[in-house]
Design a protein around this ligand. Structure first.
Ligand code: PMP
Length: 408
């Protein structure tokens, strides 16, 4: 016992003072708490495929463990995985990268984090077309940067326009993020839609592109996937292309993502990674080799299953009074407007002023958990993650329709 030394309260670092646990995680936790209390809650909050990791990937991991691939690996990716990533970029995107232009981290998230930590000085700006994945803004803040949020109109399919981008660029701009297909809007950019945006970047030599291609393979209606480094090769030396196995191969828990870009950036990212995690899991890296080089038909199969779910959810939302939902091109999210229900009063007497009020109403009264657009950079909207079973989606949609009808 040392009674002379009083306990001091924990004091968080300034760099995280503006950041909390992700709002999406918080909403999911609230929903799970209701579930534990016995409420029949359907959680459409998290962006996580409900499929299992393909069997041949699991076998590759088991084999890796059995043969002793259980040690630290090279800092930013095993030679076997880098070769598999080279093959993937050639096969799917027509892009050629040397091994020192490739990096591997514990998820696409760590790759993005490494890039920001390796490149941003205090006050450097990062342009985020909104709506955007919330982690982008928080990671920029942790790295000492300034998120510059550009609201993208529904009329333009939630895409940034070349004019908007040009107006947002300043001498402090370091990055513009392009996430196609997008979390949360589901919007994808075609080659024709990307080119004029990238041409703006080309005119501003201080600006780099971070292309987050994590939803590449979840793209519907036969649309062709387009990635910035391939659309405008002149920008290749200023582009980091980020991808991973989480969404395409239902491997979120394996924590394995990768990036490809100019070697000076990749080397700086390795410095960050060397002091954070050393390397991604050796077993996950072996599994990712099997995912990227093995049979790819499972990817297309699952995409078809997601498309059927998208169609169900979009139709149900558009049949709900006060809601309006454009048809997303990819990912597994809908981003619907709830403008038409604002100003309405719930049967319990609560005035709905914001999208957050509407989402609270859905969770409290109808036990459906969704994410308000205001935490994703654009209001009044809400995001549904339809990576859930058809049965759950049907039930959730019926509840949302009842919730909306009760307001009119
Ligand atoms: N980018 C986007 C747009 C995402 O939605 C996610 C996952 N929610 C990630 C990156 C991170 O994926 P990973 O599991 O590879 O870290």
């Amino acid at each position: 016992m040392n009674a002379a030394v009083p306990a001091t309260a924990f004091r968080a670092a300034d760099r995280i003072s503006a950041i909390g646990v992700s709002d999406i995680v918080r909403i999911t936790q609230a929903a799970n708490e209701l579930k534990r209390q016995g409420q029949p809650v359907i959680v459409l909050g998290l962006g996580e495929p409900d499929f299992d990791t393909p069997a041949h990937v699991i076998e590759a991991a088991q084999q890796a463990m059995a043969q002793g691939d259980t040690h630290y690996t090279v800092l930013d990716g095993t030679p076997a995985l880098k070769a598999a990533i080279q093959l993937k970029f050639r096969r799917d995107n027509g892009l050629a990268f040397a091994t020192n232009e490739i990096t591997v981290g514990a998820g696409a998230k760590q790759v993005i984090y490494n890039a920001l930590m390796a490149s941003l000085n205090p006050g450097d700006e990062v342009i985020l077309p909104a709506p955007y994945w919330t982690s982008y803004a928080d990671m920029v803040l942790i790295a000492g940067g300034v998120p510059v949020v550009v609201p993208c109109s529904e009329a333009n399919g939630f895409r940034i326009t070349p004019e908007q981008l040009d107006a947002a660029i300043t001498p402090r701009t370091r990055w513009v993020f392009i996430n196609s297909p997008s979390n949360p809007s589901g919007t994808a950019y075609s080659t024709e839609q990307l080119r004029p945006i990238l041409e703006v970047v080309l005119h501003h030599p201080q600006v780099w592109v971070l292309a987050d291609d994590i939803y590449e393979h979840i793209l519907y209606d036969g649309l062709a996937f387009a990635t910035p480094a391939a659309v405008l090769p002149a920008l290749r030396e200023r582009t980091l292309t980020v991808n991973g196995v989480s969404k395409s191969y239902a491997m979120t828990g394996w924590r394995l993502g990768y990036g490809a870009g100019p070697k000076a950036l990749i080397a700086a990212m390795a410095v960050v990674q060397s002091q954070a995690t050393s390397c991604a899991s050796s077993i996950s890296q072996a599994a990712a080799v099997a995912a990227l080089t093995g049979p790819q038909d499972v990817v297309a199969e699952r995409c078809r299953a997601f498309q059927a779910r998208r169609d169900l959810v979009v139709a149900a939302l558009n049949a709900s009074p006060g809601l309006r939902c454009r048809v997303p091109e990819g990912a597994f999210y809908t981003f619907a407007s709830c403008e038409g229900v604002l100003g309405r009063t719930t049967p319990g007497g609560v005035l709905l002023r914001t999208d957050t009020d509407f989402c609270d109403y859905l969770l409290r009264e109808f036990h459906v958990a969704v994410v308000p657009g205001s935490v994703l950079g654009l209001a009044p909207y809400f995001r549904i993650s339809y990576a859930a079973s058809m049965a759950d989606l049907q039930e959730a949609c019926a509840r949302i329709q009842r919730a909306c009808k009760a307001l009119f």
